[in-house]
Ligand binder design. Structure first.
Ligand SMILES: Nc1ncnc2c1ncn2[C@@H]1O[C@H](COP(=O)(O)OP(=O)(O)OP(=O)(O)O)[C@@H](O)[C@H]1O
Ligand SMILES: [Mg+2]
Length: 405
């Protein structure tokens, strides 16, 4: 019996264990070190599909329900709401449990070991604005591990786990910007000893960046901000914001497909000044294209950050539809969020009464730490610290493997 290190991420999940005195990241699919935190309920086959296969099924248009970023629902009412999935009353906590059990089974199959307990990562704060919701989120995740059949689960803050796995020594600020949260651990590292000085976290990450970009560049093509006339008279009003907000939020997309809502959107087509926008929206709701749009926004973000010339390509909605996204537009859309993250980094030092010029290294972890606008916001506040890259997608799980032993 052994303890599995599990990094259940908003976007990607990894599992690790010690092997020969070193952390080993267990390939959970096709030799890849992480698996997308994605689930597809296949209605025809009446089964759950996990990881890349789930995304493939969704893209292929198979009949079912696709979910990603379910970590974000932990601690919210959505997590415990009972709904009908594959003919059974169940909750999203139970769906997450299915995912965790599958990851354990894959880890067991690969290693030939038996994992009956887990050391799970958790963000420093699932919810940074409410202690109650934050505690509830951990309780929800604990319940998911329990339902998945783990005898016991312990939690370690994700950036603190990463701090155990990075090479930097001296005074180190680990900055983990993931899909759902931004997490910070300030520590002193020497002779493979790590002394934690402060942990801090903010509920803000790549999925929030995607939402901002989607609302600014994709949703307007579907009627966000457009005017709808009244049945009688000449008054008009903007289309309700909530639907666009949900369609732009990874964790909510699966729950916007609703017959009554579709009828309402059809009414807007009749009353709109630009019916074509709402015709597209109706098509998105009818053909369940919300996740295709989210993936297009995410790809546009990554391309704009990389080459400086991205595009949010929405051909799946209508041939040729889309919006170019350059680096300047990316920076404009994300600079407020990046500033909030930079301020949080500084606050982590203040929590430990440490001056910025005493920090030797800033170590970047997490997919969203690859964003230039985020690095700039942090680098500008810690000009004397050397920036270092860790294994962006696996430092947390490596640290969990180390701590699990
Ligand atoms: N090259 C890139 N440039 C910018 N963003 C990227 C890049 N690659 C991945 N991302 C973003 O990184 C995020 C995923 O990062 P990561 O896998 O570290 O998150 P996670 O661990 O699943 O989430 P969390 O730790 O917040 O629960 C996504 O929002 C993704 O869009
Ligand atoms: Mg992470």
């Amino acid at each position: 019996m052994a303890r599995l290190g599990l990094d259940f991420g908003t976007s990607n999940t990894g599992a690790g264990v010690m092997a020969g005195g070193r952390p080993f990241v267990i390939p959970l699919e096709d030799g890849a070190s992480t698996v997308p935190t994605a689930i597809f309920l296949d209605f025809a086959a009446k089964r759950m599909v996990y990881g890349s296969a789930a995304a493939d099924a969704m893209r292929a248009g198979d009949e079912g329900r696709f979910m990603r970023a379910l970590k974000s629902v932990l601690g919210t009412p959505l997590a415990r709401e009972e709904r009908n999935f594959l003919g059974q009353r169940t909750t999203l906590i139970a769906v997450i449990a299915g995912f965790l059990a599958e990851m354990r089974d894959r880890a067991q199959n690969f290693t030939g070991m038996t994992f009956d307990t887990a050391l799970s990562g958790r963000p420093v704060r699932f919810h940074s604005d409410s202690d109650t919701r934050d505690a509830k989120a951990e309780a929800d995740l604990r319940m998911a591990y329990d339902l998945a059949g783990f005898r016991d689960v312990a939690f370690l803050p994700e950036p603190q786990a990463a701090a155990l796995a990075v090479a930097a020594t001296g005074r180190v600020l680990v900055v983990d910007i993931g899909g759902g949260t931004s997490d910070f651990t300030l520590c002193d590292r020497a002779n493979s000893q790590t002394q934690v000085l402060a942990n801090r976290g903010l509920r803000l990450g790549g999925t929030d960046f995607d939402r901002v970009l989607s609302l600014a560049h994709a949703m307007p093509l579907l009627g966000h901000g457009a005017q709808i006339g009244a049945e009688l008279g000449s008054a008009s009003h903007a289309a309700p914001r909530a639907l666009f907000h949900d369609l732009a939020s990874w964790e909510k997309i699966a729950f916007v497909y609703d017959a009554a809502l579709l009828r309402e959107v059809r009414r807007w087509i009749r009353l709109a000044q630009q019916p074509v926008l709402f015709e597209r929206l109706a098509e998105v709701l009818e053909a369940h294209l919300g996740h295709d749009i989210a993936y297009a926004v995410e790809a546009g973000k990554i391309a704009a950050n990389g080459t400086g010339a991205g595009r949010i390509a929405l051909d799946v909605v209508e041939r040729g539809l889309g919006a170019d996204l350059g680096r300047a537009a990316l920076t404009t859309a994300l600079c407020a969020h990046a500033d909030a993250i930079g301020a949080e980094a500084v606050q982590t030092l203040a929590d430990a009464s440490v001056a910025p010029d005493t920090v030797d290294h800033v170590v970047y972890v997490g997919g969203s730490s690859l964003l230039g606008v985020v690095r700039q916001a942090i680098g500008a506040r810690l000009p004397d610290a050397k920036a270092q890259d860790a294994a962006v997608f696996t430092a947390v799980v490596e640290g969990l493997a180390i701590a699990a032993e």
